[in-house]
Design a protein around this ligand. Structure first.
Ligand code: SME
Length: 161
């Protein structure tokens, strides 16, 4: 049976822990960047239901749109621009409770109210960012930052070896 990655009865932390346990076996034998990130976006969508989940990939001096689940989005983001470009430039996760209050936020979708961006860092270099948008305010907090950071570390170990 295909996995559903749905955990309706679990609170946020427990849901992340179960998700990471269930999902890691799906990436251990595959190391292709686009393929692994595509399944990661799909599995996160199943587990958490946020309306936009995806990756922007570092290519030269810009981020380009990578695998995602959700509405069509902007193709390219320059370093230091928007939430994604800031996470890249600072090599740190950005938790944005209200996107309208983030200077320079790039509105790919008018539905986005809050956002989290977590960099994928391999050997000190940002290779991609995980970007998640929610249609409600203040969806993300330190619990999301913590567990998505763990997930991104696993992804890096797997695809940027
Ligand atoms: N809001 C992002 C742009 C990407 S979309 O949310 C998919 C940003 O400010 O970098």
């Amino acid at each position: 049976m295909e996995p559903t990655f749905t955990y309706p009865t679990l609170d946020k932390a427990a849901r992340y822990e179960q998700f990471i346990r269930d999902f890691l076996p799906y990436i251990t034998d595959e190391h292709e960047e686009v393929s692994v990130l595509a399944n990661t976006a799909a599995a996160l969508r199943q587990a958490f239901g946020w309306f936009w989940i995806g990756f922007y990939l570092v290519r030269g001096e810009q981020l380009i749109l990578g695998p995602f689940q959700g509405d069509v989005a902007c193709y390219r983001i320059r370093k230091g621009r928007g939430v994604c470009g800031t996470a890249w430039a600072q090599a740190t996760a950005q938790v944005v409770p209200d996107v309208e209050l983030f200077p320079g936020h790039i509105a790919c979708s008018g539905r986005s109210r809050s956002e989290i961006v977590v960099p994928l860092i391999a050997e000190g270099t940002v290779r991609a960012v995980l970007d998640i948008d929610s249609d409600t305010l203040a969806t993300f907090d330190d619990t999301d930052r913590h567990y998505l950071g763990i997930l991104c570390t696993h992804l890096c170990e797997n695809i940027y070896r």
